[in-house]
Design a binder for this molecule. Structure first.
Ligand SMILES: *[C@@H]1O[C@H](CO)[C@@H](O)[C@H](O)[C@H]1NC(C)=O
Ligand SMILES: *[C@@H]1O[C@H](CO)[C@@H](O)[C@H](O)[C@H]1NC(C)=O
Ligand SMILES: *[C@@H]1O[C@H](CO)[C@@H](O)[C@H](O)[C@H]1NC(C)=O
Ligand SMILES: *[C@@H]1O[C@H](CO)[C@@H](O)[C@H](O)[C@H]1NC(C)=O
Ligand SMILES: *[C@@H]1O[C@H](CO)[C@@H](O)[C@H](O)[C@H]1NC(C)=O
Ligand SMILES: *[C@@H]1O[C@H](CO)[C@@H](O)[C@H](O)[C@H]1NC(C)=O
Ligand SMILES: *[C@@H]1O[C@H](CO)[C@@H](O)[C@H](O)[C@H]1NC(C)=O
Length: 918
């Protein structure tokens, strides 16, 4: 028999198993971490360079319990690249907290993690590249509270074992490639408060057990392929604040008691197949801030379906089958910015009470059955940007009060029964891009004031009863791309000024009484016969029209018109800054070819060319007498324009690089910068370039740069502590705004005392924001632009990665410079030495200022210095964000001094474990 041998073998393998188990539990944690570090790419290893020695407990990102066993591994935002394959989790049986979010790690999630019975926090979000699926026995992580795998390329379905994760409060799987349906076992997770599954390929219906998640406050299922009804058990979720079900295939009715808990703020279920009425409980749901139900098949009478929502900002009910009338209640939603009920069957009048909702920026009631007049109260909605009332049955005259809507960009009143004339006040809506009054019964002539709408890109006045001549001023609307004047009763000649409509690509003047030559511009020259037909006698050098006979007549009349127009435009241009940007982008698209000499005038409305000449004149062709400074890219000149305005002109050094500038990117950048308004940022008015000169035009700031002021003893003495601290605050405010409050962050890259300008009140104005990237668009090749020596962050020596944190470092240097009255120089590198740390703050600060007796200011100087030191941390991850800095500087009084001011040393101001390097 072989049984004894078999027995022996069994014994042997059992022994093997037990030894391997015991050695794994004793796996050397130091060795494991170092092995993993070695498996990462070189840059990651340099970020982890403090990982040396045999005690990981004081390494960056590692935490241990009392007996030295690793409990925390926390390296979010560390720029790490590599896999987790070498990180043997069995070496960390006591691991509680694991955070590698926001890195560039990839590969699979190791299965060994399921053995970490103490793990409560697990975050691999936003690594972009983790792939594979969730381990099926994930349920063994019985302590897990937070599981965040969002923002990767994970696939497969949610294992039903997830139902064993009783402690889970936060499950975020959004932005992956997950599929399959939600397991019913999810109902077991009664502690769950966040469930984010959006942006995946989940399908099937949502299990009714979701109604057991009574602690759920956020439910995001949007952008998947879910189908079936929304489970009515959602009614049981009384603490829900945000529900997003948008862009799925949900059917059936909306849950009746969706707002039963009274906490619901956001509900979005747009673009599904939902039918039935608006739930009754929504009327009382005063907590609502955002409601999106557009693109469904909702039916019912909305006259009394909605109440008054003090917090409501955004509501969209478009593209449904709703009927009834608009409630005056909408006017009482005082925070409402967007009201969209387009494409339904709403009838009745537009209630004048709507004008009480004075925050409205978007009002879209198009494609309904509204009747009556447009209430003139609409002129009170002065913040409107979009006003769409087209495709209704509105009557009466167009209220001239629309001229008060100076922020309007899009106005459509088309397809109604409006009568009367076009109010000349429309000319005040100078930001309008799209104006459509077609298909009405509008009479009289086109008011010449329309030409004040510089930015206008599309103008449709077709199918009306307009008469008279086309105003020659309209030829000044140089941004115009689409012009439709067809089916009216316009007569006489097309004004020669129309030759200037260079952007015009689509034109239709058919069915009028026009005669004479067509303008010599692309839009007309390429127009098909149908766009010109049925007029009285148009001619031109194109195939579809007869040739013109008398050319000399036409020329002389054109010369006259230009003489009249030009001076008028010169004045207007300074009133309507900026609008030229858009126009310029358009013009460049068509006119500029690569490797060709370029003219760019991205400025001041549309007559950049005039301004260009004015500036050359004002500076006597950049004569050195007008030079007021020099910077990295060239000299700065002061120019007094004919209008009396003073501007600073930065003339760029000619450089071969100009050829490599990506024009489109360049122009959109300039436009973005031109749009910025912040009291601590020098306003950029525009940019001019041609073969001869290229220059940026800035607001003129009287006192010049902070460096100049600090280096002049008299002026520096003027700059007392209040003023200095205010400059630090201003600089922080500017940086915080550019980093955090813009649609996309803008990094300065060259903050130095040379770029901080002071006005007459010593208020800081940061100059040159964004220009580094414009002028050196090759942003990966950082070495080609090294910032200003003494201000650049240390990591730029070894990485190419430019982040906001580089600006934070430079901010730290400038702040020290303001406090010390001179560039801190070696002080920063000495801070990590005992000598440096023993230095007293009072000896370091600017000696030309009187010793500070007032305690409040002393506290602020100490706090600012301390803050500056955190900004100078050698590891960018540990520097605060500018938002945090700004908040620290502005909220309340800093903490009292730990000891008398005169005894505070620099060492006292450095945080623990601080790694300052020069
Ligand atoms: C773990 O490994 C490190 C480095 O390899 C070594 O110095 C240390 O003594 C080891 N510790 C144990 C407990 O084996
Ligand atoms: C729910 O949790 C309980 C207790 O942990 C467990 O016994 C049960 O099997 C779980 N149910 C599901 C469906 O996961
Ligand atoms: C949901 O709760 C009900 C009643 O409390 C219970 O019968 C059911 O088993 C639960 N479902 C799940 C999946 O936990
Ligand atoms: C959950 O909702 C269902 C259907 O609306 C209801 O019958 C049930 O009583 C609710 N359960 C709880 C625990 O409230
Ligand atoms: C709305 O609230 C009022 C008063 O609080 C109450 O009388 C009414 O029944 C509520 N309506 C609904 C549909 O909940
Ligand atoms: C209205 O909006 C403002 C600004 O967003 C906010 O501060 C305020 O709290 C809002 N009011 C209500 C009642 O929600
Ligand atoms: C809608 O409801 C209002 C009052 O709630 C009523 O006066 C109106 O006739 C209804 N409209 C339709 C079309 O049923």
């Amino acid at each position: 028999m072989a049984s004894p041998l078999f027995f022996l073998l069994l014994l042997h393998s059992a022994f093997l198993v037990s030894t391997s188990a015991s050695t794994t539990s004793l796996l050397n944690q130091t060795e494991t971490l170092l092995k993993w570090k070695a498996s990462l790419d070189n840059r990651s290893q340099s970020f982890l360079s403090p990982w040396v020695g045999d005690n990981p407990c004081n390494w960056v990102g590692i935490g241990c319990d009392r007996v030295g066993s690793v409990t925390n591994i926390s390296l979010p935002n560390f720029g790490l690249k590599g896999t987790l394959d070498r990180l043997n989790f069995l070496a960390f049986p006591n691991l509680i907290y694991f955070d590698l979010g926001n890195n560039s790690l990839y590969g699979a999630i190791p299965c060994e993690i399921v053995n970490l019975s103490k793990l409560t926090f697990f975050n691999l979000s936003t690594n972009d590249k983790f792939s594979g699926s969730i381990p099926t026995d994930i349920g063994r992580l019985s302590s897990l509270a937070i599981l965040n795998l969002a923002g990767n390329q994970l696939s497969g379905s949610i294992p039903s074992d997830v139902g064993f994760l009783n402690s889970l409060t936060n499950l975020s799987l959004n932005d992956n490639n997950f599929s399959g349906s939600i397991p019913a076992s999810i109902g077991n997770l009664t502690n769950l408060s966040f469930l984010s599954l959006f942006n995946n390929n989940f399908s099937g219906s949502v299990p009714t057990s979701i109604g057991n998640l009574t602690n759920l406050s956020l439910l995001q299922l949007n952008n998947n392929n879910f189908s079936g009804p929304i489970p009515i058990e959602i009614n049981n979720l009384t603490v829900l604040e945000k529900i997003k079900l948008s862009n799925n295939g949900f059917t059936g009715y909306l849950p009746d008691n969706i707002c039963i808990g009274g906490l619901l703020k956001h509900f979005s279920s747009e673009n599904n197949y939902i039918t039935g009425p608006i739930p009754k409980t929504l009327r009382n749901c005063t907590s609502l801030e955002r409601l999106r139900l557009e693109g469904n098949q909702l039916e019912g009478n909305i006259t009394e379906a909605f109440g008054i929502y003090p917090h409501l900002r955004y509501i969209d009910l478009s593209n449904n089958k709703l009927y009834g009338e608009l409630s005056p209640n909408w006017g009482l939603c005082h925070n409402l910015t967007s009201l969209k009920i387009s494409n339904n069957k709403v009838s009745g009048r537009i209630p004048p009470e709507l004008a009480l909702a004075t925050q409205l920026t978007r009002l879209d009631l198009s494609s309904n059955q509204l009747s009556g007049e447009i209430p003139k109260e609409i002129g009170k909605l002065t913040t409107l940007v979009y006003l769409l009332l087209n495709d209704n049955q509105l009557l009466g005259k167009i209220p001239s009060e629309i001229g008060k809507l100076v922020y309007l960009q899009q106005l459509s009143l088309a397809k109604n029964n409006l009568v009367g004339s076009i109010p000349e006040q429309f000319g005040n809506c100078f930001r309008l891009l799209h104006l459509n009054l077609s298909n009405n019964l509008i009479e009289e002539s086109i008011p010449s004031e329309m030409s004040k709408i510089f930015a206008l890109e599309t103008l449709d006045l077709s199918w009306n009863l307009l008469t008279g001549e086309i105003p020659q001023e309209l030829g000044g609307s140089r941004a115009l791309e689409m012009l439709n004047l067809s089916h009216n009763m316009l007569f006489s000649f097309i004004p020669p000024s129309f030759d200037g409509l260079k952007s015009l690509t689509c034109v239709n003047i058919s069915y009028n009484q026009l005669e004479g030559p067509i303008p010599l511009t692309k839009g007309f020259l390429h127009a098909p016969f149908d766009a010109l037909r049925n007029n009285k006698g148009l001619c031109g050098n194109i195939t579809v029209l007869p040739h013109c006979i008398s050319k000399s007549q036409k020329k002389s009349s054109r010369g006259l018109v230009i003489l009249i127009i030009t001076p008028a435009l010169g004045v207007l241009s300074l009133l309507f800054i900026l609008v030229g940007c858009l126009l310029l982008i358009r013009r460049k698209k068509s006119e500029i070819k690569e490797h060709q000499f370029r003219d760019i005038f991205a400025i001041w409305g549309y007559d950049g060319e005039i301004l260009y000449e004015n500036i050359l004149e004002a500076t006597d062709q950049f004569n050195s007498n007008y030079c007021i400074g020099s910077g990295g890219y060239g000299n700065v000149y002061k120019a007094l324009l004919p209008t009396g305005r003073v501007v600073a002109v930065k003339k760029l050094n000619p450089s071969d690089d100009n050829q490599s500038i990506n024009l489109r990117a360049f122009e959109s950048e300039i436009c973005a910068l031109v749009d910025i308004r912040h009291r601590n940022i020098v306003k950029l008015y525009g940019f001019c370039s041609n073969a001869e000169y290229s220059f940026l035009i800035y607001e003129f700031v009287e006192r010049g740069s902070l460096r100049t002021v600090l280096s002049n003893p008299e002026e520096a003495a003027e700059l007392d502590w209040d003023k200095r601290l205010n400059i630090v605050k201003g600089l922080a405010s500017a940086l915080s705004y550019m980093h955090h409050d813009r649609p996309s962050p803008i990094i300065h890259r060259d903050i130095s005392s040379n770029n901080v300008l002071l006005d007459l009140d010593y208020e800081a104005h940061v100059s040159d924001f964004g220009t580094a990237r414009i002028l050196k668009p090759d942003s990966f090749n950082w070495t080609s632009f090294a910032g200003t020596f003494g201000y650049t962050a240390p990591e730029l020596a070894y990485t190419m990665q430019v982040s906001e944190k580089c600006d934070v470092y430079s901010f730290g240097v400038v702040t020290m410079e303001i406090i010390m009255g001179r560039h801190p120089g070696d002080l920063i590198s000495n801070l990590c030495t005992p000598n440096g740390q023993q230095m007293l703050l009072k000896d370091v600060i600017d000696q030309c200022l009187k010793p500070q007796r007032r305690n409040k200011v002393a506290e602020q100087v100490v706090a600012s210095t301390k803050l500056a030191f955190t900004c100078l941390h050698s590891n960018p991850q540990f520097r605060p964000t500018m938002q945090q800095v700004y908040q620290a500087l502005t909220t309340g009084r800093p903490s009292p001094l730990p000891k008398p001011y005169s005894m505070i040393s620099l060492g006292d101001l450095i945080g623990h474990g601080h790694g300052i390097k020069g």
